[in-house]
Design a binder for this molecule. Structure first.
Ligand code: VG1
Ligand code: CO
Length: 541
């Protein structure tokens, strides 16, 4: 028997990046099966198709991979390419889809969310271009979950995913591949590995914190084996189902061990961390933290020093809440800069159309058109290659950048797990008051604009409304507010703060101090603390 009857399960709506739920929810009867069958149905079936499958090694990933393989076989797929042990980082999965000409892929991850029996799990569908399914497809998947009546799944023993090679599930070929090889080879085509080997040979030191997540094997292969960084450069390098209890989000709060090392005595020359599925990155120098928005701008300004980008950038794109630091670089370079909603799925069309080569988000995401996902280790290699080419450290490069372009002071304040009704009512109320805000003076700042961001994709004309509130102040400062689309508990409010200082004075302030007037004005306008009863944000990045 291969056809099983089922009934719709509520709430299977993909968010910013796939469907994410508490692991026990995903392990519930028919939960995974319904979503996977709905995905297959929404893309016109998988008969005769080739898919890529893998994930970040979190709890339930290996079991979920077996279910998906049996469902793909029962749905007539021709071949599934699986990372050994069901492992693939998100950028490596994107690369495999493209390199192998696959029709699409499924990534098993809840990214930067913790993993384990009581933490988070997720499934995301990527298209033939290697990028996350666009909104039209995720909406079709959701619609299908609401009417599903049956799913197909082969009754068969589990496939051995530990050994590289081919086997069969009924007529379908299961091809188990080394999860690291093709990705590491791709990196060699983009970066000056000879110069990087020279850098490490001369004694350059680095600490890479893989946070017990999927980038460990990739980072060991690239930095230690291929580039000659000292053994032990990569720490927490073994992927664990619960990430060793770590919260695999590369920011100063959750990567605190790495922060302490880089901010302390005897710090290495360079520090980096990545998230659960390997698409995020944090960049540090000795005593120096690079904000993700600045990282994007520095990479854009220096990309021509890196072999893969020596011909220049076609254009750049950033998510709306990301700071405008990269806009200034684009202007100086005479290239286009696009502003998209939050989430990597909005960059795919721009890259496919050849309009941009570099994209980034304030949430520790940077990447280029070498794949269609953000790419943590790629960003680390970008920085290393720029350091090698310029012969300067992280702090010098950053200071030089601000001196040239001015500084966009930036910070994000997150209020996590708010009661959904409280958060929604607060933003609904803000929406009602938006037009009346114009021209008002709040804590000494005059409101020069207030709207809710709507994006029209310049390539296919699709429209995405309600993508975040923007309040602009005279002088170029702003605050952006939106609700997270990746959480699994209540609502998370994200408050994005930005203030531009042209320099040469005032480039070395503490960001929280530099942004304080905007923080005060935001409280007066929105009343976050008053309405939620919270004393302050849970996470500041
Ligand atoms: C967050 C970030 C967003 C990012 C998304 C997926 O979304 O803000 O910039 O693209 O996570 O990242 P949200 O809706 O929670 O703000 V990952 O590394 O979780 O795939
Ligand atoms: Co991620």
């Amino acid at each position: 028997m291969t056809t099983y009857s089922t009934a719709p399960i509520g709430g299977q709506k993909p968010g910013t990046s796939g469907l994410r739920k508490k692991t026990p929810v995903f392990m519930g009867p028919n939960y995974l099966e319904n979503f996977v069958q709905a995905t297959f149905d929404a893309i016109g079936g998988v008969s005769g198709k080739t898919l890529v499958l893998g994930g970040d090694g979190r709890y339930f990933g290996a079991e979920a991979a077996q279910v998906i393989l049996k469902m793909a076989a029962a749905n007539g797929a021709a071949r599934v390419i699986v990372g050994q042990g069901a492992w693939l980082s998100t950028p490596a999965a994107s690369n495999l889809i493209r390199a192998r000409g696959a029709d699409g892929g499924l990534i098993l991850s809840a990214s930067h969310n913790p993993g384990g029996p009581n933490e988070d799990f997720g499934v995301k569908y990527n298209m033939a271009n290697g990028g996350p399914a666009p909104e039209a497809v995720t909406e079709a998947i959701y619609a299908r979950t609401q009417e599903i009546a049956e799913y197909r799944k082969l009754e068969a023993p589990d496939v051995n995913l530990t050994a590289i090679g081919e086997s069969h599930l009924d007529a379908m070929v299961v091809e188990v591949v080394d999860p690291v090889l093709a990705y590491a080879d791709l990196m060699e085509t983009l970066f000056d590995f000879k110069a990087l080997r020279g850098l490490f040979h001369e004694g350059f030191t680095m600490r890479m914190d893989a946070m017990c997540a999927i980038t460990g094997p990739y980072a060991v292969e690239i930095f230690e084996n291929r580039l000659g960084a000292a053994p032990g450069t990569v720490v927490h390098e073994t992927p664990l189902p619960d990430f060793g209890g770590m919260h695999p989000d590369p920011n100063p709060t959750w990567a605190h061990e790495l922060m302490a090392e880089l901010m302390g005595e005897g710090a290495p020359d360079f520090g980096a961390a990545s998230d659960g599925d390997g698409d995020r990155n944090m960049i540090l120098g000795p005593g120096c933290y690079v904000s993700p928005s600045d990282s994007l701008a520095v990479i854009a300004a220096n990309a021509h020093l890196v072999p893969g980008y020596a011909g220049g950038l076609k254009g750049v794109a950033r998510s709306m809440p990301t700071s405008a630091a990269v806009d200034r670089v684009a202007e100086a370079l005479g290239i286009d800069c696009y502003e998209t909603p939050t989430g990597w799925k909005f960059f795919g069309n721009l890259m496919d159309a050849g309009r941009v080569s570099l994209c980034g988000e304030e949430s520790f995401g940077t990447g280029s058109d070498h794949v269609r996902e953000k790419d943590g280790l790629w960003a680390v290699l970008m920085w290393l290659n720029i350091i090698a080419a310029r012969g300067q450290g992280v702090a010098e490069i950053l200071a030089d950048h601000w001196a040239r372009f001015g500084r966009n002071y930036y910070s994000r304040h997150d209020y996590e797990a708010l009661p959904t009704d409280v958060a929604t009512a607060m933003l609904d109320d803000l929406r009602d008051r938006l037009s009346g805000l114009l021209g008002r003076a709040v804590s000494g700042l005059v409101i020069a604009g207030a709207d809710e961001f709507t994006y029209t994709d310049p390539v296919d004309g699709s429209v995405s409304a309600r993508q975040g509130f923007r309040i602009l102040f005279e002088g170029g400062s702003r605050v952006v507010l939106r609700l997270s689309g990746t959480g699994t508990e209540g609502a998370t409010l994200r408050v994005y703060l930005e203030r531009y200082v042209p320099g040469p004075e005032g480039l070395d302030e503490d960001p929280q101090a530099a942004l304080d007037p905007i923080i005060v004005a935001t409280e007066e306008i929105v009343g976050i603390r008053a309405r939620t009863g919270r004393a302050g944000p849970d996470v500041i990045t």
